[in-house]
Design a binder for this molecule. Structure first.
Ligand code: NAG
Ligand code: NAG
Ligand code: NAG
Ligand code: NAG
Ligand code: NAG
Ligand code: ZN
Length: 294
């Protein structure tokens, strides 16, 4: 290794090193986030005011396409190390419940530094959009939009609200069919990837299309309840976090041990949960943006 790498130009070496180290996973993979944002921005889901604000806040190179920047928050974890704890919530082992006051904190115990606190934070920043900003601190509202869009996705991934000691399934080694991975990654990406390979000839676009059809079809009667948030509340992350830890216990952790091999039975019983959480994430991101921008 030393002899071979010594002759490589430093930049190439860095690229190789970065490629060799698996990135710690934090939330739906790229496709999961893309689906959530694309569902939110699908025709008719955003109000006129929200659609206009999103268009205004997105950088021009994004071409009014929120989904193209839905994984931005994962890309800036090294540039903004303070943002890492904002992607998840660690709950007490085995309890299968979540409460904001008990659980929303980072590893140093700093309150509010979790994905639910971050959703509240970026929601209040975005509420200053279009208002005179003399009395409020200046925030970069483009970043606030990108963080919010990403975190509403993350909080719907059941293992983003997982147990503390296994770091949301990150320390549970499993085999996904023949491939070695960790349980957290199965829920971030493997189930979605296998569904694309097995059912969606054109990949993620086909998958989004089916989810979008089900939102206006089989799920249409439930959708208003997904969108609900308490009176006077703009964001409702605590509801989503409680649902996630329940789904984590009922589906993600259930029947899984260290070194379990997960295949067809696990895939086919868990895919409906993943489908539902992606759809709810997209619908709720749109509903939240509609409440923020009026
Ligand atoms: C938006 O961006 C995503 C990801 O880059 C891409 O897959 C999708 O086709 C784009 N949508 C439009 C309408 O350009
Ligand atoms: C709130 O947003 C600001 C600006 O991005 C950031 O510095 C701060 O860490 C955030 N806090 C939480 C809990 O999200
Ligand atoms: C806000 O953040 C975006 C994305 O990081 C960046 O491109 C832009 O330059 C920032 N705007 C300001 C005024 O700093
Ligand atoms: C869409 O709904 C149909 C009918 O209930 C179901 O069979 C299918 O798995 C659903 N697909 C997705 C992606 O939600
Ligand atoms: C909602 O806000 C309005 C105006 O601020 C207030 O009068 C009302 O009591 C609030 N309702 C609840 C349920 O908090
Ligand atoms: Zn994330």
């Amino acid at each position: 290794m030393m002899a071979a790498t010594a002759t490589l130009p430093p930049l190439l070496l860095l690229v190789l090193l970065l490629a060799a180290v698996p990135a710690p996973s934090h939330g739906w993979g790229v496709d999961g986030h893309l689906m959530v944002c694309q569902i939110a921005q699908a025709r008719g889901r955003l109000s006129g005011a929200a659609a206009a604000a999103v268009k205004d806040l997105l950088p021009s190179y994004a071409g009014n396409n929120l989904s193209s920047l839905c994984s931005w928050a994962d890309d800036v974890k090294f540039r903004y190390p303070w943002s890492s704890p904002l992607h998840y919530i660690d709950t007490p082992d085995g309890l299968c419940s979540y409460t904001y006051d008990r659980d929303c904190k980072d590893e140093d115990g700093v309150k509010g530094r979790c994905v639910a606190g971050a959703i509240n934070n970026y929601t209040s920043q975005l509420l200053t959009y279009g208002r005179p900003s003399s009395s409020v601190p200046e925030y970069n509202l483009t970043q606030a939009l990108l963080f919010l869009s990403h975190f509403v996705g993350d909080i719907h991934q059941p293992l983003h609200v997982g147990f503390t000691s296994d770091r949301g399934g990150n320390t549970i080694d499993v085999h996904w069919y023949t491939r070695k991975t960790v349980l957290h990654h199965v829920w971030d990406a493997s189930i979605i990837q296998t569904a694309e390979d097995d059912f969606y000839g054109d990949g993620v676009a086909d998958f989004i299309d089916t989810l979008t059809k089900n939102i206006t079809g089989v799920w249409s009667e439930q959708v208003p309840s997904w969108e609900e948030c308490g009176k006077n509340q703009t964001a409702c992350p605590d509801i989503y976090a409680s649902e996630s830890i329940t789904a984590a216990c009922d589906w993600a952790y259930k029947g899984v041990d260290e070194d379990s091999t997960l295949q067809d039975a696990y895939f086919s019983s868990r895919l409906p949960v993943v489908n539902l959480r992606l759809a709810q994430g997209g619908v709720r991101l749109a509903a939240t943006l509609n409440r923020i921008f009026g």
